[in-house]
Design a protein around this ligand. Sequence first.
Ligand SMILES: NC(=O)c1ccc[n+]([C@@H]2O[C@H](COP(=O)([O-])OP(=O)(O)OC[C@H]3O[C@@H](n4cnc5c(N)ncnc54)[C@H](O)[C@@H]3O)[C@@H](O)[C@H]2O)c1
Length: 437
Amino acid sequence: MNSSVEIAPAQGKLGILLVGLGAVSTTFIAGVLAIRKGLAKPIGSLTQMGTIRLGKRTEGRSPRIGDVVPLPGLDDLVFGGWDIFEENCYEAARTAGVIESTLLDAVRPELETIRPWPAVFDQRYVKRLSGPNVKKGKNKKDLADQVIADIRKFKADHKLDRLVMVWCGSTEIFMTESPAHQTVASFEKALEANDPTIPSSMVYAYAAIKEGIPYANAAPNLTADIPALLELASETRVPLAGKDLKTGQTLLKTIIAPGLKARLLGVEGWYSTNILGNRDGEVLDDPESFKTKEESKKSVLDYILQPKLYPDLYEDLCHVVRINYYPPRGDNKEGWDNIDLVGWLGYPMQLKINFLCRDSILAAPIVLDVALFLDLARRSGLSGIQEWLSFYFKSPMHAKGLYPEHDLFIQLMKLKNTLRHLKGEELITHLGREYYD
Ligand SMILES: NC(=O)c1ccc[n+]([C@@H]2O[C@H](COP(=O)([O-])OP(=O)(O)OC[C@H]3O[C@@H](n4cnc5c(N)ncnc54)[C@H](O)[C@@H]3O)[C@@H](O)[C@H]2O)c1
């Protein structure tokens, strides 16, 4: 057995700070409250339902993940957050329209107590949104200080032991690294100078990381994925994860593409389109926010199929992704994929997928897992990019010069091996010679 990592116990309360109390956040919070009351099951959550094999296949040891690594119980979670709308969490969940009213009413009193703090918001970065619940400040440094004050007050009011922050706000416009993003010093100077290359999401991420709080990004925004915030995370020993939750169509893509490649089936074209009618769909109807999402959604096939290694199979792949805002469907997204395949001797085939999913129902368990695993990472002394949490993201954060791992099954193996490593259990290579020698 390898030596285990010292993990601090999951004592006391864990505060989960959510930026944006929209469809994903309210489905997550209401879901946790309903599960606590025994009204529903945490389906889709690895931390709540997943098991992990330890040792050899012959040993028959497959405990629940929560029994192997110390995670907080659902009763120990406390929720708080910011939004540009003043609605409390119950009203916001009604607006999102994901959870039906009988279940929502069963947790109504708790949801009503969660009122969003005024947000750091600037419409330059999310063109299709505007709302009244917004902070005022003399510059972005002042706004970051106000976020830190909210966090400290929340921690004191609820006697919290630890915190994590998850950005569940809208997708911001497409941005790339600027000179201000290069070092902590240049970033802090830029905050004071109200530099336009610092969008609202970076102000929250800076506040969290500065406070030593683990941070995850559920959206594809650049946010914490810049050298300055990575440097700050290394100083404050903060674990980071992101970007963009891997839920509907991209989840299926990263399940199917590795299978096609494993059998060396060629792919000539992959056309993906969606209809979506929630607020996320409305925000993504703006071309500048859509570009951020498109980049995130399109990157997966290139990395999984490796056209440079397999030019005969994937070099000319035409990959198109569309999202169409269509209000009648609300949060119930419908995705279509047409895949043009090529088999033996170049014979063409087609695969069609029609996924009638529920966006936030797929996202909520992931928010729970990411929050609990980031808290575990912090208690285990892990900091910086947590590649083992790639499993949950469309555009996994990765070290410079390294390509991201998109294959869902490799990602899961990486995640479980990290848990084995933390506990000093043998890593599983799947070699399996020992059963035959
Ligand atoms: N399956 C999924 O639902 C899924 C998957 C991957 C990524 N995402 C991303 O997660 C994010 C949330 O999705 P959603 O469906 O909950 O969207 P939503 O529009 O219902 O909620 C987003 C909320 O964030 C708020 N907001 C925006 N900017 C803010 C700011 N600067 N500060 C505070 N609040 C702010 C909005 O007012 C809104 O209430 C989106 O960026 C979406 O692209 C969702």
